[in-house]
Design a protein. Sequence first.
Length: 433
Amino acid sequence: MTALMMVLGIVVFAIGLLISIAWHELGHLSTAKLFGIRVPQYMVGFGPTIFSRKKGDTEYGIKAIPLGGYIRMIGMFPPGPDGRLEARSTSPWRGMIEDARSAAFEELQPGDEQRLFYTRKPWKRVIVMFAGPFMNLILAVAIFLGVMMTFGVQTETTTVGKVSDCVIQQSENRSTCHKGDKPAPAKAAGLKAGDKIVAFDGKPVTDWSALQTSIRDTIGPATLTIERHGQRQVLHADLIRNQVSKTDGRGGYVDGKYVYAGFLGFSPASGIVQQSFGDSVTRMGTMMEDGVDSLVALPSKIPDLWDAAFGGAERKADSPMGVVGAARVGGEVFTLDIPPQNQIAMMLFLVAGFNLSLFLFNMLPLLPLDGGHIAGALWEALRRHTARVFRRPDPGPFDVAKLMPVAYVVAGIFICFTLLVLIADVVNPVKIS
């Protein structure tokens, strides 16, 4: 049964992946057609074509390997300085440029002269290239907000999960009390597991982050208004100064970092809590920040990935995952001993996170990513605007094909990194259970 659920989870994630890719390419396709650019192909997947149908100018199809997708637009790069495709050069760098330029003019038909991508104004090209990642962002936001506002998210609450017996400095990393340890203020005050704290020092509290901040800002006497078995009570505690884990400002903790602050001595219980629209938007903003930070930190993750893949080191929980690793996690979600609605919510979050990653990754201003083409169009707009201001001749389209040698280097780095992640996902995967 577990193996069957694992396979089912992988299949469900794969379907979500295909929908995300198709949705991304639909953004490029719809805006390209809107601006009159001819699109010979719209494909989901790579490799051999297993299904296709031509409608109008475009062939729509699905390929065998569901690890990506693409649309082909004619005239992605302008012709050479003489207005024609240049002759083949013996220089390898020049050859890359000419190969890219030649591919941009494949399937050129009579009447296509006004339907080339490079002939469109820069702002239109920016829209066409941005539309794909933007579709992923829309899907991610819709799923995240939908799940958080209807189902909820696992959140630390103001309900007491466990009361500490004594005062222990966090850096000691122990849970057993030693002789001579002082009783924890929460225990001395009579706080018990299951109590819900509704006010601190007379001020109502509704979320753990605010309560945590109030506790840490207080040293000395304080009152706790609690709900116990449906009845409200007021407890009196005497908070002390103690070494505790540093927080990230959102209720979470920073590993290995400690500060001295007010200490009460209990752990909050967690539960699934529906979020308001405002709270959901705030969480989405935090996810975006974390996503950007993770993207910037990718190079620093390579040594750990290498050790996990080839050195037998432990795979860290925040280690980058590829499609294979994410699919495995998707399968594992369906094997967890949790209610079906929790499994569905986790799967939706996984698909939404994948779409958010696609958006952020594709916005990098590097060819062959969408962000590289956007950067080229913006640079062309800047050059032409500057020429008009200083009454100079129009410099013409910016030849993005000249950046293809750099694009091949970037693509090579991406391929190597993807292979490293793939090996780590197979031999030493990230596990959620």
